[in-house]
Ligand binder design. Structure first.
Ligand SMILES: NC(=O)c1ccc[n+]([C@@H]2O[C@H](COP(=O)([O-])OP(=O)(O)OC[C@H]3O[C@@H](n4cnc5c(N)ncnc54)[C@H](O)[C@@H]3O)[C@@H](O)[C@H]2O)c1
Length: 316
């Protein structure tokens, strides 16, 4: 049997994710759902008509879902479900301003995912990311390793892009890392950043590194301020699609994700951005990266900042 992936939410993030997943040509089916009548079916039709040009065989199926779970039969048998449903930020808003509205949406979606795709690995992207990932795990009742969130692949890509542009080198020469939360307590980790294998601190001043760290932390808001009508989706969808592919291909690759941390780094009982091995089971293992004392301190502070909010979502 070929692999099946569902993308819930056919907004900017969901449609671009569905496109990337289809163009990988590794899934048999990509299901795209939304509550807006006709939109997912229209996008699916359009994407399927690109198949002869792009040269992929994956079939995209678009389904409108109802408030009582109508239409969710279409997701049955999904190996992976990517949840993008929820409002994006407007200029001036923080991700946390979306908490109440998106909690209702994510809970309703997650309950239906549990009912119709009980064996799926769930990748959450709706904001605020760390809290919505925790909520999706509670609402599905899935094992914690089977629910993860997308933030680190995107934040790391943003950091890498800024470093490559600043130094005028190809992005493939640059390796960076961000951990922590997808928000104000994001923890860029300069000690793990290299350019052509050399430590970043050898080729860039401390002030410039700090400037790019701050720009990375505000990377989403910078795009929101320019777009004015929504948030970023090209780099975010690339990140979520890459995670879904790692699950579908059982790759075991180590990537930064929002995962349940239980003892690693001396931190327990919280969803947090860390490096993890991703395979068909979701998070196979959280990788304990070696950190400087300052970086570890920042990671612990990030864990405490998101822990309280994640406890709140249980009752949302
Ligand atoms: N994790 C990240 O790195 C990251 C990056 C960018 C955006 N985001 C978040 O992703 C989410 C989606 O962003 P977007 O730009 O696609 O927004 P969008 O407004 O373009 O799309 C959201 C879609 O969700 C749909 N929706 C709402 N309730 C639903 C439900 N119950 N079931 C199914 N679909 C439902 C809406 O109809 C809409 O089409 C936002 O919360 C945004 O903040 C996260």
């Amino acid at each position: 049997m070929g692999k099946k992936v569902t993308v819930v939410g056919a907004g900017f993030y969901g449609t671009t994710t569905a496109q990337r997943l289809a163009e990988f040509d590794v899934f048999e089916t990509v299901v795209l759902t939304d509550i807006v009548d006709g939109k997912p079916a229209g996008v699916a039709l359009d994407l399927n008509q690109s198949r002869p040009i792009e040269g992929f065989e994956t079939k995209v199926v678009g389904v409108t879902t109802g408030p009582n779970g109508e239409g969710y039969e279409a997701i049955e048998g999904s190996d992976v479900v990517v949840i993008t449903a929820g409002l994006p930020r407007k200029p001036g808003m923080s991700r946390m301003d979306l908490l109440g509205t998106n909690a209702k949406i994510v809970r309703q979606v997650a309950e239906n995912v549990a009912k119709y795709a009980p064996n799926a690995v769930v990748i959450v992207v709706s904001n605020p990311l760390d809290e919505m990932t925790a909520l999706a795990q509670i609402a599905t009742g899935f094992p914690r390793n089977r629910v993860l969130g997308q933030a680190g692949v995107l934040d790391t890509a943003r950091f890498t892009n800024f470093v490559a542009e600043e130094l005028g080198v190809p992005v493939k020469s640059v390796k960076t890392l961000t951990l922590g939360s997808h928000g104000d307590t994001m923890v860029p980790v300069p000690s793990h950043c290299t350019v052509d294998g050399k430590p970043l601190s050898d080729v860039m001043s401390a002030d410039k590194i700090e400037e790019l760290v701050v720009r990375t932390r505000n990377g989403g808001a910078e795009v929101v301020a320019l777009l004015k009508t929504g948030s970023a989706y090209y780099a975010p969808s690339a990140a979520a699609a890459r995670m879904a592919k790692a699950v579908a291909q059982d790759s075991g690759e180590v990537i930064p994700v929002c995962a349940w941390v239980d003892g690693e780094f001396g931190i327990s009982g919280v969803y947090l951005g860390v490096l993890a091995e991703i395979d068909a089971t979701g998070v196979r293992k959280v990788v304990e990266t070696k950190l400087t004392d300052a970086e570890l301190g920042s990671l612990k502070a990030a864990a405490e900042a998101v822990r309280a909010k994640q406890a709140d979502v249980a009752s949302m």
